[in-house]
Ligand binder design. Structure first.
Ligand code: 2RA
Length: 325
């Protein structure tokens, strides 16, 4: 008897997690959906069953759950994940709350497996997940020395507020989520600014990349930008390898790696775009070319649906590996 809880079931990522639970045919016997008091009472169809979303309380965590998938923000996870864990559940959390805790696994199933020192598993940041999926075959084949990220991130990464700002901005309405209009604009500002001048989003990409690829010596830097795109993040990666390679050898490294689709035929205007990736589970890579200004260095363009591989799908993939064990 496998009992599953979905916390944040009414949110943008929560909705995608429910969609993934159906698409992947995840084997559970009972599922309970939780949300804040404000969103509780809503009815949601899942696998042919009508479920009523319940308000999450401390008492809820002692409900005999085997697994919990969460996408409800850091403060909710900080309070409730340890309570679910105490009552015997394994928690997979989408927030940034636990990602850099030493005893917490930060998991991308194509790359690493949970050790489960704690029964809380962190799902990495969306722009990090797609990037490390693209970097892993290069690390395996050539070794990695340095990565410079420049991201072009969709508004759905900010949830319903970002989506609203893009939609309403087109009608001339003032933003409520972003500090400036996103319509006809780009914002070099995702999350809050830190003392070092980087944003938290940029620091997440730097720290999480090293943890997932298990390489503290890897030199990583990032600039993360919000762009007026609804779904799918794009990431320009300037990657310095440990050894020389040809463009074709780099392309070969991507071919056949789980969840990667190589789209690299610029002569025919074929390269990954958000319109290709939205709604698809894969990570798309293209525009691969040598950077003549640095040895062993290549440009790689990577696009993926931030709500799927970047969040809900990665979470459900982790759940599936645990249930199948
Ligand atoms: C964003 N990566 O795109 C962050 C959180 N999902 O807003």
């Amino acid at each position: 008897m496998t009992k599953l809880a979905v916390v944040g079931a009414t949110g943008v990522v929560g909705n995608k997690m429910l969609e993934m639970l159906e698409n992947y045919g995840i084997g559970y016997d009972e599922v309970v959906l939780f949300s804040s008091k404000r969103s509780s009472g809503k009815e949601i169809e899942l696998n042919g069953e009508t479920l009523v979303v319940q308000e999450l309380t401390d008492e809820s965590t002692d409900g005999g759950f085997d697994y919990v998938v969460m996408s409800a923000g850091g403060s909710i996870s900080e309070h409730y994940a340890p309570l679910f864990e105490k009552h015997g559940a394994i928690v997979i959390d989408n927030s940034s709350q636990w990602r850099m805790h030493e005893d917490i696994d930060l998991i991308v199933p194509e790359i690493n497996e949970p050790k489960l020192d704690r029964k809380i598993i962190a799902n990495p940041n969306c722009s990090t997940i797609q990037s490390v999926v693209a970097l892993k075959p290069l690390q395996d084949k050539f070794g990695l020395k340095r990565v410079h990220y420049a991201t072009y991130q969709a508004v759905s990464g900010s949830g319903s507020g970002g989506i609203r700002d893009l939609e309403d901005g087109a009608k001339g309405e003032e933003p409520t989520t972003y500090p400036h209009p996103i319509h006809n604009n780009v914002l070099p500002h995702i999350d809050v600014f830190l003392e070092n001048g980087y944003t938290k989003e940029e620091q997440k990409m730097i720290d999480e990349t090293k943890k997932i690829l298990q390489d503290d010596a890897l030199e990583v830097t990032a600039t993360c930008v919000r762009v007026p795109v609804m779904d799918s993040h794009s990431v320009q990666m300037n990657v310095t390898l440990d050894k020389e390679a040809t463009v074709e050898e780099v392309r070969d490294a991507f071919r056949g790696f789980s969840h990667i689709v190589l789209m690299d035929n610029p002569e025919n205007n074929e390269y990954p775009m958000p319109l290709d990736a939205a709604g698809r589970p894969e990570v798309f890579v293209g525009r691969i070319r040598k950077d003549p200004t640095l040895p062993n260095t290549f440009h790689v363009w990577c696009v993926s649906d931030n709500l799927l591989k970047g969040a809900a799908q990665n979470t459900v993939q982790i759940l599936q590996t645990l249930i199948d064990e």
